[in-house]
Each structure stands twice: as structure tokens, then as C-alpha cells.
Design a protein around this ligand. Structure first.
Ligand code: GLU
Length: 419
């Protein structure tokens, strides 16, 4: 995202401090610092006008130590390789924190999908899939949705991969449409996970289990579902936003009405009056009067430039990498609790894992089973991280990294170094 803050450097800094806490020697975790494989591809696409345009794409596989690589594909005009490398590493740590048998990966295409027709989007997706085809597969690397990609895009990936192999391979991607092997509960899983983790941390902080004033940045798949579920749990969602700006209401917004409006207006909040709510910018949302802030948009939203203005006492990271290392230091210094991305937004990849398990076993689970198992996995991981917070007197972020790194280091040790 036109990063002044390099997310890969950010990731390395947190990794170093967690490794220090664990008392590791640099040689114990040296290999974790580097992605196993980085692939950059050119994607020539015939546009509707007949003209050929070439887009740039990436797939970075950070680690396969604990299992196949796993992680989403995002479409964004400002993506760069360091961002994808950081996102891939975060997937490795996330899968280790929630103890699912995957490594981490991430992919991206440098494109603004709002400038493409649906047919162009399909051609970009199919050509990108063909370009990364040698390194993906149900046993190698399994993509999923991320920023600006969805079930329809996953369907095209599954079809392209399957056509080239000559048979249906549903397990090559997760987050697919239900009809071709998608899982019940997957579209809501990340937001559901955010709401479960929010409820857990509220309990531990002795904050009320209802009526907490929450601001949510981003009303896409993660922010929208988080807003819906936290509102249903009885919290006051005082602010929401999308890329264009947002709304603030001190008494809480009517979230079902906002979501209904968005569904009828191409997923945008623009023009929504919101029953007396004030129009605010994204910068104002981050600094608004609230108890908890849940950033669900992009990286590097909370930086040293605005961290001091944050009024929330609790931040739950629905997005990947929304807080820079400097901002993290300022906020932690002010006594703000931050539940990091690699725990807070892990619900998506957990249900991706359930989807993949259903695909390779050729059976289906019921939605209740999925949601209940997701809850158990997240609550269990949350309490493991909390134990480290209490024992080592570190932040939730460092504790989550410590949990992830110790698992990775053990996995690497068990496998040894080839050759
Ligand atoms: N893109 C999501 C994430 O950042 C989901 C990844 C997946 O399901 O593989 O966690």
C-alpha cells in the first residue's frame, strides 16, 4: 500500500523481540526470517477494448515447515513485494498460533479491480492462476480470498487449475462457492473470529460483555461481519467506515440498516444518512471517542503520527498489519491492549482449513459443527497466548509471536536441514 512503513521490516522487528524473549540463538530462527520462495509473474490480459495490458502478480511462500503453504490472494493497485512477503510470514505465524497444519503464503496482483469489467477480472484471474500453477496445489500451496477477491474469484482459480489437470480439484483453493466444495460458515469466518476474540478479551479486561462502544474501520467482509455480530451481541457500534469515509453516532449505529443499505448500493456506505449520524473521515474514525477500535481495512493505518490520538483502550486487529511497530510502542505505553492480527483475524484461515479437510475427505460438515469448532480453536489459542502474556509479562503481540515461533522452531528442528 505505497508503504512508507515497510511491513516486512515491521514483521522482522517483532520477530526479533519475540525470539529474544524466548532466549533463541539467531541461528535457531534465521531461516524463519526469509520466505522459502518468491515468484513474480507477468499477466498479459486482453481487455474488452481488444488492447493487451500486462499486470504484475506475485506469490510468496514463506514457510512449508508445518504443512502446505496457505494464504489469500489480494487485488490492489499499490501492492508491492515487501508487503506480500510480510503478509506471507504473518500467515505462517497465524497458522502456528491456531495450531492448524499449514505454513504460510500470500499472493497479489497489482490491479485496481474496480477499473475492470467482470470478464476482464475473470481473464486476469485465470491467467494469474496459470502463471502460478506450478507452485500451487492442495498439497503444496492453497490460495484463498483476501482484499478485493471473493468466492467468485476462487471459483475461477479452482476451474482453471482443474481444467489443466483434467479433473476437479476442489482442495486447491478455499473460500470457494458452496456448489463446488466451499464450506458453510467460510464467508463469515474472519468476522466471526474477530467477534469471538473481542468477547474473550473484554472478559479478561473486566470490561462489560454488552454495551461496549466499538469503532470499526472497514465494512468489507471482515468489518461488515464483525459489526453485525458484535451488534447482535449487544455492543454499540459507534463508528464504521469504508474507503471513502464513515459515520459516527455516540449512541450506536443501526448496523442492520447500514448493511442493508450497503447491499443495495454495491457494497458502499456512500450516501447513507444513518439516522442522525455524523459524517467522519477514516482518520477521525481511528481517533473517535470509543472503548474499542477494530481496524478491518489495510496495513499501516495506526502509525506514530496518529497513535497518540487513539482514544480506545482496546484494539482488536481484524486487518493484517494495521499497527506499525512505532504505533504499537506508543499505544502499549499508554496502556492500550492490542490483540494482534495473527490471533484476532485467524478465524478465516481456520475455516479455510475445515474447508480443505472436507474437500480432501470428500465429505461435508454442518454449519453448527464448523462454528463450534472454530470457537473452540480460537478460545484455546487465545488462552495459550494469554498464559504467555501473564508468565512473560509481554504484550499480546509478542506473546502470539512467541507461541508461533516456538512451534516453528520445533518443527524445523524435527525436520532437520536438507540435504
Ligand atoms: N486472507 C485471509 C487471511 O489473511 C484468509 C487466508 C486463508 O484462508 O487462507 O487470513
Amino acid at each position: 500500500m505505497a508503504n512508507t512503513y515497510n511491513p516486512y521490516e515491521n514483521m522482522l522487528r517483532v520477530l526479533e523481540s519475540a525470539a529474544r524473549q524466548l532466549g533463541l540463538k539467531p541461528s535457531d530462527y534465521e531461516a524463519i526470517k526469509y520466505p522459502e520462495r518468491e515468484l513474480k509473474v507477468a499477466i498479459p490480459v486482453r481487455m474488452d477494448s481488444g488492447e493487451i495490458k500486462v499486470f504484475e502478480g506475485y506469490r510468496v511462500q514463506h514457510s512449508s515447515s508445518r504443512g502446505p503453504c496457505k494464504g489469500g490472494i489480494r487485488y490492489h493497485q499499490q501492492v508491492d513485494i515487501d508487503e506480500v512477503k510480510a503478509l506471507a510470514a504473518w500467515m505462517t505465524f497465524k497458522c502456528a498460533v491456531v495450531n492448524i497444519p499449514y505454513g504460510g503464503a500470500k499472493g497479489a496482483v497489482k490491479v485496481d479491480p474496480s477499473h475492470l469489467s467482470n470478464a476482464e477480472l475473470e481473464r486476469v484471474t485465470r491467467r494469474f492462476t496459470a502463471a502460478i500453477l506450478p507452485i500451487i496445489g492442495p498439497e503444496k500451496d492453497i490460495p484463498a480470498p483476501d482484499v478485493n477477491t471473493n468466492a467468485e474469484v476462487m471459483g475461477w482459480i479452482m476451474d482453471t487449475y482443474s481444467m489443466i489437470h483434467g479433473y476437479a480439484v476442489p482442495g486447491v483453493v478455499t473460500g470457494k462457492p458452496l456448489e463446488i466444495g466451499g464450506s458453510l460458515g467460510r464467508p463469515e469466518a474472519t468476522g466471526r473470529g474477530v467477534s469471538i476474540i473481542t468477547q474473550e478479551i473484554l472478559k479478561r479486561l473486566n470490561m462489560p460483555e454488552k454495551g461496549v462502544r466499538i469503532a470499526i474501520q472497514g465494512m468489507g467482509n471482515v468489518g461488515g461481519v464483525s459489526a453485525k455480530l458484535l451488534h447482535e451481541m449487544g455492543h454499540k457500534i459507534v463508528a464504521v467506515s469504508d474507503a471513502r469515509g464513515g459515520l459516527y453516532h455516540p449512541e450506536g449505529l443501526d448496523i442492520p440498516a447500514a448493511l442493508k443499505y450497503m447491499a443495495a448500493h454495491g457494497g458502499s456506505l456512500e450516501g447513507y444518512a444513518g439516522g442522525g449520524a455524523a459524517n467522519i473521515s477514516n482518520a477521525e474514525l481511528l481517533a473517535c471517542d470509543c472503548d474499542a477500535l477494530i481496524p478491518c481495512a489495510l496495513e499501516n493505518q495506526i502509525t506514530e503520527a496518529n497513535a497518540n490520538a487513539v482514544q480506545a483502550k482496546l484494539i482488536v486487529e481484524g486487518a493484517n498489519g494495521p499497527t506499525t511497530v512505532e504505533a504499537d510502542g506508543i499505544l502499549t505505553g499508554k496502556g492500550v491492549t492490542i490483540v494482534p492480527d495473527i490471533l484476532a483475524n485467524a478465524g478465516g484461515v481456520v475455516v479455510s482449513y475445515f474447508e480443505w479437510v472436507q474437500n480432501i475427505q470428500e465429505l461435508t460438515w454442518e454449519e453448527d459443527q464448523i462454528n463450534e469448532t472454530l470457537r473452540k480453536v480460537l478460545i484455546n489459542s487465545f488462552s495459550q497466548v494469554l498464559n504467555i502474556v501473564n508468565e512473560s509479562k509481554v504484550s499480546f503481540r509478542v506473546a502470539a509471536y512467541m507461541l508461533a515461533i516456538s512451534k516453528l522452531v520445533k518443527a524445523k528442528k524435527s525436520r532437520g536441514v536438507f540435504p
